[in-house]
Design a binder for this molecule. Structure first.
Ligand SMILES: Nc1ncnc2c1ncn2[C@@H]1O[C@H](COP(=O)(O)OP(=O)(O)O)[C@@H](O)[C@H]1O
Ligand SMILES: O=C(O)C1=C[C@@H](OP(=O)(O)O)[C@@H](O)[C@H](O)C1
Ligand SMILES: [Mg+2]
Length: 188
């Protein structure tokens, strides 16, 4: 039995926060499902990794190489906080963002969907190229260790968990929309 927290009720649908936040490990489909979900909701996707890359003018991978992970995490913390405060559509965050205590606290009260996936599907999807620096060495074992360390946090911050294994992004969007509507969301 997976325990996910409830969104504060009534969820503060507002003009100053996202309708849905997507969390989960690399390869869960946050960026891809996020784009399809935003289209379905008539909203915009804000992908925090893409925003960091645009603001920095360099790739996530280059930020890790040039400055190291702590600098990336500080940029990520600030970018997620900004997105939660300012963005009104769908927000997809990087897989490690929720491990920051300030970010976990900032997610409280938001509608947060944990896109779940196991290594079999994740490895097929992302192919473990160099775009994800934390997975550049021994990628499958690193992904499994990362997921083991993070799963409890994903479950704790989420108001909804959706299993994406063997399902297309559109199928995943269908389930998210149906389940959020059943629980009075997504802040419609
Ligand atoms: N449900 C899915 N089924 C098959 N492929 C998927 C699915 N979701 C995402 N993908 C593919 O997997 C890759 C990683 O997806 P992405 O959205 O970048 O994941 P994340 O942002 O969670 O790391 C992309 O090539 C994407 O097209
Ligand atoms: O899991 C992680 O720590 C990371 C996941 C990546 O995003 P995706 O989850 O979108 O791949 C990106 O933020 C960075 O490479 C670190
Ligand atoms: Mg992504």
């Amino acid at each position: 039995m997976v325990t996910t927290r409830r969104a504060s009720a009534p969820h503060p649908r507002s003009t100053d926060g996202p309708r849905v936040v997507l969390v989960g490990p690399p390869g869960a489909g946050k960026s891809t499902v996020g784009a399809a979900l935003a289209t379905r909701l008539g909203a915009e996707l804000h992908d925090t990794d893409a925003a960091i890359e645009a603001a920095q003018g360099r790739s996530i991978s280059d930020i890790f190489v040039d400055d190291g992970e702590p600098v990336f995490r500080a940029l990520e913390r600030a970018e997620v906080a900004r997105a939660l405060a300012e963005h009104t559509g769908v927000v997809a965050v990087g897989g490690g963002a929720v491990m920051d205590p300030a970010t976990e606290a900032a997610l409280d009260g938001h509608t947060v969907v944990f896109l779940d996936v196991a290594i079999a599907d994740a490895s097929k999807r992302i192919g473990f190229d160099r775009s994800r620096p934390l997975l550049s060495v021994n990628p499958r074992a690193s992904w499994v260790a990362m997921m083991n360390a993070r799963r409890a946090t994903y479950e704790r911050v989420a108001t909804l968990r959706v299993d994406t294994a063997g399902r297309t992004p559109e199928d995943v969007v269908d389930e998210i929309v149906a389940r959020l509507e059943a629980t009075g969301g997504p802040d419609a």
